[in-house]
Ligand binder design. Structure first.
Ligand SMILES: Cc1cc2nc3c(=O)[nH]c(=O)nc-3n(C[C@H](O)[C@H](O)[C@H](O)COP(=O)(O)OP(=O)(O)OC[C@H]3O[C@@H](n4cnc5c(N)ncnc54)[C@H](O)[C@@H]3O)c2cc1C
Length: 408
């Protein structure tokens, strides 16, 4: 038994389910505000998607929908917190490198889409630029001659996810938050219209507020969420042997479906190709690697960066994301019972949201409102409107390979 696998407390101000980037950020921000906090995870800290991801972070500029401004505000707050407030408060740099990033067009259609996206963002004074093929190769000489161009985003970079999540957990412990790992939460308790606590495999905990930060597993604890509102989505990554500096910044391609970066150690990490996974990786709770997807990732890496073609792959892994029907996270108060909150469904971008989500949730729970606009992320939206999976960036890749209307 490790030291966090221990008897659960009888009573806390806030019980948080899930010790990923979302749960640990919320715990840190609430504990800092003087709340008594306990975090429960069925495995260890950072054992879900937060410990299995690419580590790419930055400001989202998804001005393709009504949510665009709120996404930009939340992710900008997030990126700022990583560089300044959190780094200072936690005494850690999370191995964050603010390098900028590129979205690579490998077809004419992708190039047209990215050029239009750049125009929309520039009109909102967002710091992005379209670079044609030769300009892109000036920026990243290893890029293939076949690349049409790139969207160059300056407000992004990459970090070591483990380092960030453990720094947040340690920060929360500093303010007396308790972590209960290897402690599965079985259900949320409620009576007379109020959440009253949780039932765990080690006993019952009374709580003034309950936060579900269980991402892919959210529906186990909120079974009244409409079918399809949030589904598990298996993502896979390969890592190569180390090489000299070749990728100065993270990249994504094919409407964000493939992505990668070079780590501090020189290893190149690349993920994506869910379309070669069983059912596109959707609906599975398995964290096994599916070789065809890894093969797709390897081919993608070699075709965009031909110099990487001969590298040995030294490791592969899989992790479960929580994909929502509209591609937006669920952050806020949930359902009919007062005191029940959810922060989940971060799709492929939890490290662009997690720390700021922690702050927003702590404000909401401690003060009754957040200074950040959480309107588009209302977790109750699916109950009102149904879950229609009309988000082609994250769903139905094989049949619907692109693209949201930029005019919407
Ligand atoms: C392969 C891959 C690559 C990715 N690449 C990136 C990237 O480059 N950049 C980026 O921003 N994002 C990326 N993501 C997405 C990112 O990892 C997630 O959005 C983020 O980690 C979600 O954090 P979370 O805290 O919400 O969930 P998680 O980290 O999954 O944490 C949820 C936790 O809840 C616990 N839990 C669930 N149910 C229960 C229960 N009943 N009782 C107790 N505990 C429970 C789980 O054990 C888990 O630890 C990637 C994801 C994957 C899988």
């Amino acid at each position: 038994m490790n030291n966090e696998q221990r008897p659960v407390p009888a009573q806390v101000d806030v019980a948080i389910v899930g010790a990923g980037v979302a749960g640990c950020s919320i715990a840190y921000q609430l504990a800092k505000r003087g709340k008594s906090v306990a975090v429960f995870d069925q495995r260890g800290i950072c054992s879900g998607a937060s410990g299995r991801n690419g580590g790419i972070t930055g400001t989202g500029s998804a001005l393709h929908s009504d949510a665009g401004e709120a996404i930009h505000a939340l992710t900008s707050e997030n990126f700022g917190m990583l560089q300044d407030e959190l780094a200072r408060e936690l005494g850690d740099d999370f191995s964050l490198l603010v390098t900028g990033g590129v979205d690579i067009a490998t077809t004419e259609e992708q190039a047209e889409f990215l050029k239009a996206a750049v125009e929309v963002q520039q009109a909102s004074e967002i710091d992005v630029e379209w670079l044609d093929g030769p300009q892109a190769r000036d920026l990243i000489p290893a890029l293939s001659e076949h690349v049409y161009g790139v969207e160059w985003k300056r407000n992004s970079g990459h970090l070591w996810p483990f380092q960030l999540v453990h720094a947040l957990a340690n920060g929360a412990r500093h303010y007396n938050a308790a972590f209960h790992t290897h402690t599965s939460v079985q259900r949320v308790l409620a009576s007379n219209g109020e959440a009253t606590g949780i039932e765990t495999e080690r006993g019952t905990v009374e709580a003034g507020a309950v936060v579900i930060a269980a991402n892919a597993w959210t529906r186990d604890l909120l079974p009244d969420l409409p079918d399809g509102a949030i589904v598990p989505s298996r993502g896979q990554i390969l890592v190569t042997q180390p090489v000299g500096q070749i990728l100065p910044m993270p990249f994504s391609t094919n409407y964000d479906k493939e992505y990668g970066r070079q780590t501090h150690s020189g290893q190149v990490l690349c993920g994506g190709f869910r379309r070669l996974d069983v059912d596109e990786g959707l609906g599975l709770f398995s964290e096994d690697v599916h070789p065809p997807a890894v093969g797709g990732i390897a081919n993608c890496l070699a075709s965009i960066f031909p110099k990487l073609a001969g590298l040995r792959v030294v490791r592969t892994w899989a992790g479960l994301m929580g994909f929502t029907a509209d591609g937006l996270p669920m952050i806020g108060a949930y359902g009919e019972n007062k005191g029940l909150f959810v922060a989940a469904g971060f799709n492929g971008g939890g490290f662009s949201y997690g720390p700021a989500t922690g702050k927003a949730m702590a404000q909401l729970i401690a003060n009754g409102r957040s200074t950040l606009d959480l309107g588009p992320f209302d977790p109750n939206r699916f109950a009102r409107g149904g879950a229609s999976w009309d988000n082609p960036f994250t769903a139905g890749e094989r049949n619907n390979p692109k693209k949201l209307s930029l005019e919407a």
